[in-house]
Design a binder for this molecule. Structure first.
Ligand SMILES: *Cc1c(COP(=O)(O)O)cnc(C)c1O
Length: 356
């Protein structure tokens, strides 16, 4: 292998700073997000390990499978976990969260902002408003939300937010980030159970604010993935994060219009909670269009949702008109139905520039 293969030039401080700054902008925060040397799921596990302690009651809102996993990690750390779980065809309501806060007085609450598996999106701002009023630490899994909907860390008062680039941002999956507020850092530092000298230690990844400390690139950052993430985030900046959000909103509107025109129903019961990442299609009673393998971006439901829904994965580079048209053609074919009306209906959505 060539000695001057560029991939093996270590990450420079300037590249590290560029990446950190791009991530701060992505999350609309003044803080420097921690770069996680692995898939987003590692950052999520690190948050759970860092905040869980036997004397802490944490409200874990479960609207899809990732929420269940997060709750298990909190319990492993000894936390008292209060699970607020919905049927996966609905997201949580603000009233349900308010009642749980009232009843259990948790010190923290956690939830997934937008779900790819169920096609639901939680009332994030309202939940965060509630949490702020009760002075509760907030933990968001925004891995799939980022790029598909706004994630305004500072303005919304988010204490922990995990993001990855492999969903709506069309970036690499081998590196990710966690944004942490000053209050969040205190919450970690005050936990004697928080891991140190461990791949799960967020405290070990904290960037020193002390300017006397020489800045160095953390040695664990995967170099090729870091460079790929810089490229992906620059492309997002070029398009504009709001434009990327709008593209995802339009795509969902078009997909919903298309499947409805085919006579199908969204899996999510409330139209205010459609995720902008995926559209989930309820398989009708006696429906004959179960599939076992993905066909293009149309995929079978995961786990317990298999045979209950089909998922249209229209995120990232697939958040566009052509992908929606192909998905509608696939569904129409499975239903032995003429696609033309549904195609025309979805096409009419794309003139609406707001994606509302
Ligand atoms: C995709 C996803 C993750 C983690 O993804 P990995 O690809 O395993 O890093 C976590 N949470 C949510 C909500 C996701 O959609």
């Amino acid at each position: 292998m060539s000695q001057n293969n560029k991939g093996f030039v270590p990450l420079t401080i300037s590249e590290f700073d560029t990446l950190t700054n791009l991530l701060s902008k992505l999350l609309s925060t003044q803080e420097s997000p921690v770069i996680i040397p692995g898939e987003a799921i590692l950052g999520i596990e690190a948050i759970a390990a860092g905040i869980a302690a036997p004397n802490r009651t944490i409200l874990n809102i479960v609207t899809g499978p990732y929420g269940t996993i997060f709750g298990n990690w909190l319990a492993r750390g000894g936390a008292e976990v209060i699970e607020l779980k919905t049927s996966f065809d609905e997201v949580v309501t603000v009233d349900e969260v308010a009642a749980a806060i009232e009843r259990y007085n948790p010190c923290a609450l956690s939830f997934v902002q937008a779900e790819v598996v169920t096609g639901g999106s939680n009332p994030t701002r309202e939940i965060l408003d509630l949490a702020r009023r009760s002075n509760i630490i907030t933990v968001l899994d925004s891995v799939s939300a980022i790029g598909g909907e706004p994630v305004l860390m500072d303005e919304w008062g988010i204490d922990f937010v995990a993001v990855g680039a492999q969903k709506a941002l069309s970036g690499p999956n081998g590196i990710s980030a966690v944004g942490i507020s000053p209050r969040g850092w205190e919450f970690l530092a005050s936990n004697e159970n928080a891991p140190r000298n461990s791949i799960l230690s967020l405290l070990d990844l904290k960037r020193p604010h002390d300017s006397a400390t020489p800045l160095r690139v953390p040695p664990n950052i995967p170099v090729l993935e870091a460079r790929a993430l810089i490229e992906a985030l620059k492309l997002i900046e070029e398009e504009g994060l709001e434009a990327v959000n709008r593209r995802h909103r339009l795509t969902t509107s078009a997909a919903i219009a298309g499947i409805t025109a085919l006579g199908l129903e969204p899996w999510q019961r409330n139209k205010d909670s459609y995720s902008t990442l995926t559209t989930t299609v309820r398989i009708p009673q006696g429906g004959h269009f179960n599939i076992e393998q993905p066909i293009g971006i149309v995929a079978p439901g995961d786990g317990e949702l298999h045979h209950k829904l089909l998922r249209i994965n229209h995120f990232g580079a697939k958040a566009n008109q052509q992908s929606v048209e192909e998905a509608i053609l696939t569904l129409a074919e499975l239903m032995h139905q003429d696609p033309d009306h549904a195609l025309a209906v979805q096409r009419s959505i794309w003139g609406n520039k707001d994606g509302k």
